[in-house]
Ligand binder design. Structure first.
Ligand code: SF4
Length: 179
């Protein structure tokens, strides 16, 4: 528990608004969530190594996660004018991802087998090499929770952290698993 507490402290320093313990046994990887990626509402399907169909297969993800028991959930929460305030949403998401990528590097210094699951596709490179060349930075690449098949609202509920903060707020949720 000591190492998880250290990481929680660091997550707060890195600017996340809410941080909670994650019990990895509450993570269920579902084909239904992966299938939603195919609807391509985000226009990222089949464009990035971190997203379906280029990312890890669901069964392989299950095998990988079976080696982990603990982790943390991190959230960045921001105010928006309304549900069409996409500019502010993108700014908040960008801040969330920047903090996530930076904290991931810090966590890996001590726990090199840790894994991060973010929001949206991987934006480490300005242009992803998918599908013509291999990923430039497989150790840094971060898939979204959904790309692995995780239903974020369920995971939040099971780990006692809110998912929805009200009509004029948006929360970006990500997580780390650590061993
Ligand atoms: S690290 Fe670069 S090449 Fe790899 S998935 Fe992310 S954006 Fe694509």
């Amino acid at each position: 528990m000591k190492y998880i507490n250290e990481i929680i402290k660091k997550a707060k320093i890195y600017g996340f608004n809410e941080v909670a313990y994650l019990d990895v046994s509450t993570i269920k990887l579902m084909y239904e969530v992966r299938d939603m990626c195919e609807d391509n509402k985000c226009n990222k399907y089949n464009t990035n190594w971190s997203c379906p169909p280029g990312c890890i297969a669901l069964e392989e993800g299950r095998k990988k996660l079976a080696n982990y028991s603990k982790g943390i959930i991190v959230q960045t929460i921001g105010e928006i004018e309304d549900s069409l305030d996409f500019e502010t949403m993108m700014e908040i998401e960008e801040k969330h991802k920047k903090n996530l990528y930076e904290l991931y590097e810090i966590i890996k210094e001590k726990y090199e087998n840790s894994m991060a699951f973010g929001t949206g596709c991987c934006t480490i490179c300005s242009k992803c090499t998918y599908p013509n060349e291999p990923c430039r930075f497989p150790q840094k690449c971060v898939s979204s929770m959904e790309a692995y098949g995780m239903l974020v609202s369920d995971i939040c509920k099971s780990n006692n952290i809110k998912y929805y903060y009200g009509p004029n707020k948006i929360a970006y949720t990500s997580c780390f698993v650590i061993k």
